[in-house]
Design a binder for this molecule. Structure first.
Ligand SMILES: *Cc1c(COP(=O)(O)O)cnc(C)c1O
Length: 403
């Protein structure tokens, strides 16, 4: 990386060549309204006080910074720390972003919240915040995902949300986003769109990064306290890229800290069944912003696949595209099998059952740690817990004849 580089977006929301706003004219005004309000609120001590109150008392921040000693010893290389976002209320990093945006929506006077969800984690987090703040909640979810994550559908209903199964396209996350955007265009006057990752038109990527940056900021402080220095590597799984950017962005100017994002390689990068957008995608426009996209020659997004419902998105956050372009972060991938192996390993060795999404980041660390000296430090963002995945994993193992 060249010195003097910045990770602040341009006035029009570009991170280098990526990001921006490619939306129907009727959405321009609403995006501007959100952007103006966002920049006003994050300078308002009252807003920040309220945000901090809920982060601490409701989410349970700061999350633990745990040294996975047994795992590190077993691998015989670098020391591995886990940033325990799985310990947050609702079981993942998602609520960090949702609570921030919900407070913003409240200040904008919006009473109706809509959201898309893949694995159901963002839907559950949104339904949770809507219950807390007395807002109407509609969650769009691909029909295929409602099947894979039936328990999360029930959770959302318990919390008072309406869940709409989306039956168009591949019936997964991408289709849910399409339908949610159509709802927003029809109802934007009283409706706030709660976007679940660091994607979408400006100002969402910047906003989601802001609300997720608690991950990296805490990590920095906790690592300094535990080790007296910064980590050598920070790692995170990359779907849309929100947990990863929350971990990475606060380290942007600390050039000694290497950043590695792990994408879902599904059944392999040499098959069509993956969602490794940064690794194999090409620049394009998706859902109102410019990023790397898995697409055909006409710019139509192609079906993507991962064992994890939360990672199978054909695009990725613009800030990651920028970090990759300037060489500030590296992006590698892990296959379904590698992720499942990491899921089993962390459960067995540390007594922590990780989300199958987070297992991709763990898989990256399992590969990297043994190649490094014992005085190196790797921090893995454990973005969520695996309770939601145990049934699916049990299924997969029994199909493979493993007990
Ligand atoms: C949603 C989710 C992800 C993927 O989303 P990002 O925006 O890439 O962070 C990763 N891990 C968990 C546990 C999730 O719920």
């Amino acid at each position: 990386m060249m010195t003097g580089m910045t990770n602040n977006p341009s006035a029009t929301g570009f991170f280098g060549d990526f990001g921006g706003r490619f939306i129907p004219p009727e959405l321009e005004a609403i995006m501007e309204e959100i952007k103006t309000e966002f920049h006003r609120e994050i300078k308002d001590p009252e807003f920040l006080k309220e945000l901090e109150f809920y982060q601490k008392n409701y989410i349970g921040r700061p999350s633990e910074f745990y040294c996975a000693k047994k795992l590190s010893e077993q691998l015989g290389g670098a020391k591995i720390y886990l940033k325990r976002e799985d310990m947050n209320h609702t079981g993942s990093h998602k609520l960090n972003n949702v609570l921030g945006q919900a407070l913003l929506a409240k200040r904008l006077g919006k009473k109706r919240i809509i959201a898309e969800t893949g694995a159901g984690q963002h839907g559950v987090a949104t339904a949770t915040a809507c219950a807390l703040f007395d807002m109407e909640c509609v969650v769009y979810m691909g029909e295929e995902d409602t099947r894979r994550q039936a328990l999360n559908v029930f959770r959302m209903k318990l919390l008072g949300a309406k869940v709409v199964a989306v039956t168009s396209g591949t019936r997964t996350l991408k289709d849910a986003v399409d339908v949610a955007l159509a709802d927003l265009i029809a109802n934007y006057k009283d409706t706030y769109y709660m976007l679940g990752s660091a994607v979408g038109p400006d100002p969402y990527p910047e906003m989601v990064r802001y609300f997720q940056s608690c991950i990296g900021k805490e990590t920095k402080q906790q690592c300094l306290e535990a080790e007296g220095r910064l980590p050598d590597y920070v790692m995170a799984c990359v779907g849309g890229g929100s947990n990863a950017i929350g971990m990475f962005a606060p380290f942007f100017y600390d050039e000694s800290v290497k950043m590695i994002g792990i994408e879902p390689a599904g059944r392999g990068l040499d098959t069509q069944d993956h969602a490794a957008t940064l690794t194999l995608g090409t620049p394009g426009i998706l859902h109102g912003f410019k990023c790397k996209v898995i697409q055909d020659e006409n710019g139509e997004p192609l079906p993507v696949y991962s064992v994890s419902a939360g990672l199978d998105y054909p695009g990725v956050g613009p800030e990651h595209c920028y970090y990759q372009a300037i060489g500030r972060a590296e992006y590698d991938s892990a296959t379904d099998d590698e992720a499942i192996n990491a899921f089993l390993t962390l459960s067995r060795v540390e007594g922590i059952i990780p989300a199958i999404e987070s297992s991709h980041a763990v898989a990256g660390a399992l590969k990297l740690a043994p190649t490094l000296d014992k005085d190196k430090i790797i921090v893995v963002c454990l973005s969520g817990r695996g309770d939601k995945d145990v049934a699916e994993i049990a299924d997969i193992l029994s199909r493979k004849g493993i007990e």
